[in-house]
Design a protein around this ligand. Structure first.
Ligand SMILES: Cc1ncc(C[n+]2csc(CCOP(=O)(O)OP(=O)(O)O)c2C)c(N)n1
Ligand code: SF4
Length: 290
């Protein structure tokens, strides 16, 4: 980790709990580079995690952090953003956390276009609990709960986020770190719901079972199987089969949820007359009756 990123880390929490070859540290490094690039203040930035190896990242970060419950990171983050819309709210989550138990929160946060940046660590498996398959485990891949290969089709989580209403969607891998950093920065800058899917390696529970060897080989696999979205235009569906499309996949302008919420409060205040609602102080309180 570069020295200039050290100030963002709680050094007293080290050594970290991740296995050798795990990609989580690479995603974390990209997140911190994005934060540094944007010059976000540590006291004005909240990072929320669910439960899982990836969500453990919040414990190592010297920001306002919340380690919440499995699948509920977005529910907590939504509450924080509504109460304190001026803060930067970033969510770190795993593929199980965000799309299995937390799938409902995920689609509705995207639908609302609330200003949260979700960094989804997609290692295609439940890492922390020993390798059960998730909605992002590709078909035919092995897991403890699918010893002969999964038979369920996989979600395209980027497409899911776009269809649900997200206004910024990007994907990169832990091999393509510059792209991952710039997508996370773009997601934070976007005023609305942003998803950055980070394809990362779990050599312990996915790689080992699926004969992908170690973390280094899994990085090379990412290099060889990723295609930048700009190149896909010249490729046939057959050539795209099994490829990971990376880059900025979707961006659009839609009013952001807390902005619309403020307008409703202003309208409600006008309609209810003076003294019925507490004044807003820089987003500190919202719409409570006196
Ligand atoms: C309500 C609840 N159900 C199940 C669990 C057990 N559990 C902890 S982490 C986890 C899955 C983690 O997988 P993922 O979100 O993909 O993160 P990873 O560990 O791979 O980073 C599960 C099922 C839990 N802690 N709480
Ligand atoms: S189990 Fe997998 S995701 Fe969890 S720390 Fe180990 S390699 Fe990383």
């Amino acid at each position: 980790m570069m020295q200039e990123l050290e100030k963002y880390l709680r050094r007293d929490r080290f050594p970290h709990m991740w296995c050798p070859g795990c990609g989580n540290g690479i995603v974390l490094g990209c997140l911190l580079r994005a934060i540094k690039k944007l010059g976000l203040e540590q006291d004005k930035t909240i990072i929320v995690g669910g439960i899982g190896c990836s969500s453990r990242a919040v414990g190592y970060l010297d920001f306002n952090t919340l380690h919440t419950t499995h699948g509920r990171a977005l529910a907590f983050a939504t509450g924080i953003k509504l109460a304190r819309p001026e803060l930067n709210v970033i969510v770190v989550t795993g593929d199980g956390d965000a799309t299995a138990i937390g799938g409902n929160h995920f689609i509705h946060a995207a639908r609302r276009n609330i200003d949260l940046t979700v960094v989804l660590f997609n290692n295609n498996i439940y890492g922390m609990t020993g390798g059960q398959y998730s909605p992002l485990t590709p078909a035919n891949k092995k897991a403890t709960t699918a010893p002969h290969g999964t038979i369920e089709p996989v979600f395209d989580v980027a497409e899911l986020a776009r269809a649900a209403g997200a206004t910024f969607v990007g994907r990169s891998t832990t091999y393509h770190t510059n792209l991952l950093t710039s997508l996370i920065a773009g997601g934070i800058e976007n005023k609305g719901f942003s998803l950055v899917e980070a394809i990362t390696a779990c050599p312990t529970n996915f790689g080992r079972r699926n004969k992908m060897k170690g973390g280094a080989e899994m990085l090379l696999w990412q290099r060889d199987n990723a295609v930048h979205v700009q190149k896909t235009k010249q490729m046939s569906p057959g050539e795209l089969e099994g490829k990971i499309v990376i880059g900025l996949l979707h961006k659009k302008e839609t009013p952001e949820y807390t902005f619309v919420y403020d307008q409703i409060i202003a309208r409600a205040r006008e309609e209810s007359g003076p003294g019925t609602l507490t004044p807003l102080k820089g987003g500190e309180s919202r719409g409570r009756t006196e």
